[in-house]
Design a protein around this ligand. Structure first.
Ligand code: ADP
Ligand code: MG
Length: 730
């Protein structure tokens, strides 16, 4: 019996690295070639139109219709010169991918001829028939109109022959149906709140930007093997597979030399990314075999997130050229590391200051401590929201499952910074400060950069770590749209900065000096956030127990985590900062619950199919060869006294196989029944709970028996590529 697995393995013997021809050119020669950036706008737009766009980008003002026509004209000219024939509004619906609907530039002119047309109206706004995108009930299908509107702050780009315009996606009644619109709102909220707080330290600050540097982890798998694994094809992860005798124990993959076929792939997608103006900087092997990472230089958060989504798309496309498939799933393989997407996040001013970087004197350092502690306080107050923002069916395999970080949000500061905060807490008196005390505190604060330099120790197990000049939100999943985490982070920080300002102003009103008021408030925050500071091993059982004693939240169920979005506190913080209204929050939770449910549903179906169509028949076939063998031996030797001894091991094996097959069938049937019960549930939250608690556990139960069978059954007969092949073949 020749299985697909062996065809796939044979295919692999002929694989060669596929190098691209155009290497050798300087990256800077072609970087951003397909982006309608400032330089190109200047060239292709009238002065008036150019200034109009710049103002819209910088001040958030509206593009007026007349100008839009002019801009469209210039943009079209550039796009056509670069081979574009179509255009699309490119947006981030609440699915796992970006969306696009292409329209040709063609128009019929007054003489009935075909011309290349593209008007300002089409540039600025579109109404795609978007009734199939998730909306959580905001758009009834009879009122399917949602519209997309151009986000001027992220430049247009060309992919293939299509001009892509980054856009937001909203319902006809104005509610957000995507990730971009709330992200832009959260960024505006943090901008305003941070500028206000900056005024204590520097009156020249008029704008604060949020920055994102993502680190994207991914797995590569050969496409032939991928095709022979229905679970990978349909769910992006392996639903079965016994661990390989060797996987990551020796840690010999991490940072080792990159395999040739993989390097060729990386160079290819990096080149595509450079053409699109995405500043990719770092590439390396990750901890698990066949796991890799790519990271750019950080950018303004909205742009950086567009770039992340775009690069994921590019990586998927280019992978096919190299006979690879790229897996962004958080846990494609059991027992080896999963994939995350660290979100390196900071705030910076238009005066060129990174607010999360210690400065050079007491004043800038006080500003640094202010922002550091406000972020900590925001994370402390809204830990449940931060968790909700990253909890999905796939990421929950990383969070709260074994061999993974727990679903507890804690903050790593490192030894030195912890000491700084402890000292500050000690040194600031509760009553009025003497001039001597003030001087000494300021002196100490002034010394921070010297201490921190080279002292930003690392802790890979912390979900939210301070790393010298930024926070790294590490719990974000590799398949996520970073916006989900960034919306929450920027909103809660915005709110916290407003609260801070109010507290400080109140103290000043009561007669405190500004510095004193700030220090008193920071001291209070140090006390209040103490329990979220943790520098130890975040993956350990001790931490789970310790965190419970500290009263930190630890929720590993996805539906439960998502319900945090609907708490009174959450509704208030989102609506006060004009990011989400209650309807939008309810819709979003509904969409997330539905996504979660559907994913488990698909996994359960796929597992059922593979069990019954692939695994059980294979087990039976192998069992039959054993039975034949026993029968043959009986014919040869007769059923004498030592016959039992002769075939005892095979009888034992037959019994074992039979038992596993039986269990697979029984458990698969039970799983189907639980699904039927769950599908009858009308309340989305309850249905998700049922899928989480009643259906999902069967995935592991069934898998257990399949993985045991894999160890027993003749290797030649096993139909699915094994872990050793998926993880090491390349
Ligand atoms: P690591 O040592 O964690 O791998 P890197 O130095 O490779 O970190 O940086 C990871 C990411 O963090 C990169 O995208 C980098 O541009 C980004 N980064 C660095 N400084 C900042 C900052 N101040 N704000 C946001 N992102 C930053
Ligand atoms: Mg990092």
């Amino acid at each position: 019996m020749a299985t697909l697995r062996f065809f796939a393995l044979k295919e692999l013997l002929n694989r060669k690295p596929k190098y691209i021809d155009e290497l050798g050119k300087l990256t800077s020669d072609y970087f951003g070639k397909y982006v309608f950036d400032k330089g190109k706008m200047k060239k292709y737009l009238s002065k008036e139109a150019f200034e109009h766009v710049m103002e819209a980008i910088e001040k958030g003002s509206r593009i007026d219709r007349k100008m839009a026509d002019q801009i469209a004209l210039g943009m079209k000219a550039w796009a056509i010169e670069n081979g574009a024939t179509h255009y699309t509004h490119w947006f981030h619906p609440l699915t796992d991918a970006t969306a696009e609907k292409h329209d040709a530039f063609i128009d019929i002119d007054s003489n009935g001829g075909v011309v290349e047309g593209f008007s300002g109206k089409l540039l600025v706004q579109q109404e795609p028939d978007a009734s199939s995108f998730p909306s959580g009930g905001i758009r009834n299908t009879f009122e399917a109109r949602g519209y997309t509107a151009w986000d001027v702050s992220s430049p247009a780009f060309i992919v293939g022959t299509t001009l892509c315009l980054p856009t937001i996606f909203v319902s006809y009644t104005g509610e957000a149906l995507d990730y971009k619109m709330p992200l832009l709102k959260a960024l505006a909220a943090v901008d305003k709140a941070a500028v206000d707080v900056c005024q204590y330290f520097d009156k020249n600050v008029t704008k604060v930007s949020s920055n994102l540097g993502w680190e994207q982890e991914y797995f590569l798998v050969d496409e032939a093997l991928y095709m022979a694994r229905p679970d990978l094809m349909l769910t992006d992860r392996t639903l079965m597979g016994h661990s390989s005798s060797k996987d990551q124990q020796l840690e010999d993959h991490y940072f080792s030399s990159i395999p040739e076929r993989v390097i060729a792939y990386m160079e290819d997608f990096e080149r595509e990314a450079y053409l699109l103006g995405i500043p990719l900087k770092t590439r390396h092997n990750e901890v698990a075999p066949n796991q890799f990472e790519v990271a750019p230089i950080f950018e303004e958060a909205n742009l950086a997130n567009d770039h992340n989504q775009l690069v994921m798309d590019v990586m998927k496309k280019v992978a096919r050229k190299h006979h690879f498939r790229v897996l962004f799933h958080e846990k494609p393989y059991k027992g080896v590391n999963g994939s995350g997407k660290h979100n390196n996040w900071s705030l910076s001013t238009d005066t060129g200051v990174n607010l999360l970087s210690p400065g050079k004197n007491p004043r800038t350092n006080m500003q640094f401590l202010t922002f550091l502690l406000n972020v900590m306080k925001a994370v402390h107050t809204h830990q449940d929201l931060l968790l909700a923002s990253i909890m999905t069916a796939s990421n929950s395999h990383r969070l709260g499952a074994n061999e993974a970080p727990p679903s507890i949000i804690s903050i790593f500061l490192g030894h030195e910074l912890n000491r700084v905060l402890d000292e500050l807490e000690e040194s600031v008196p509760d009553k009025k400060m003497t001039p001597d005390q003030k001087t000494s505190i300021k002196l100490n604060i002034g010394k921070i950069p010297e201490i921190l330099l080279d002292n930003t120790d690392r802790n890979r197990t912390s979900p939210f770590a301070f790393t010298g000049n930024r926070f790294e939100y590490r719990a974000v999943g590799s398949s996520a749209n970073c916006a989900s985490a960034l919306i929450v982070l920027n909103t809660v920080v915005a709110q916290q900065l407003k609260d801070f300002k109010q507290e400080v102003d109140a103290l000043i009103e009561r007669g405190a000096k500004k510095d004193e008021a700030i220090l008193q408030t920071l001291k209070k925050y140090i006390k209040e956030t103490k329990n979220i500071r943790f520098d130890g091993n975040g993956y350990s059982q001790e931490w789970v127990e310790e965190a419970a004693r500290r009263g930190l939240s630890n929720v590993s169920s996805v539906p439960e985590a998502l319900s945090a979005y609907l708490s009174k506190k959450a509704v208030k913080v989102f609506s006060d900062n004009d990011v989400f209204n209650q309807t939008e929050l309810e819709a979003r939770v509904e969409v997330e619950l539905e996504k979660f449910t559907k994913k488990i549903q698909i996994e359960a179906r796929v597992l059922g199919d593979i069990s019954i169509n692939h695994i059980v028949p294979t087990g039976v076939a192998y069992m039959n060869t054993l039975i034949k063998n026993v029968q043959g031996l009986k014919d040869v030797f007769g059923e004498g006294e030592d016959f039992q001894e002769l075939v005892g091991d095979r009888l034992e094996l037959i019994r074992k196989i039979s038992d596993h097959i039986h269990q697979i069938k029984v458990k698969t049937t039970e799983m189907v029944n639980e699904r039927k019960v769950a599908n009858k549930e009308e309340d989305m939250h309850k249905m998700a709970e049922l899928y989480c608690n009643k259906v999902r556990p069967y995935l592991e139960d069934v898998r257990y028996h399949i993985d045991k069978l894999e160890l027993i059954v003749d290797n030649e007969m096993w139909p699915l590529p094994k872990y050793r092949e998926l993880l090491f073949a390349r």
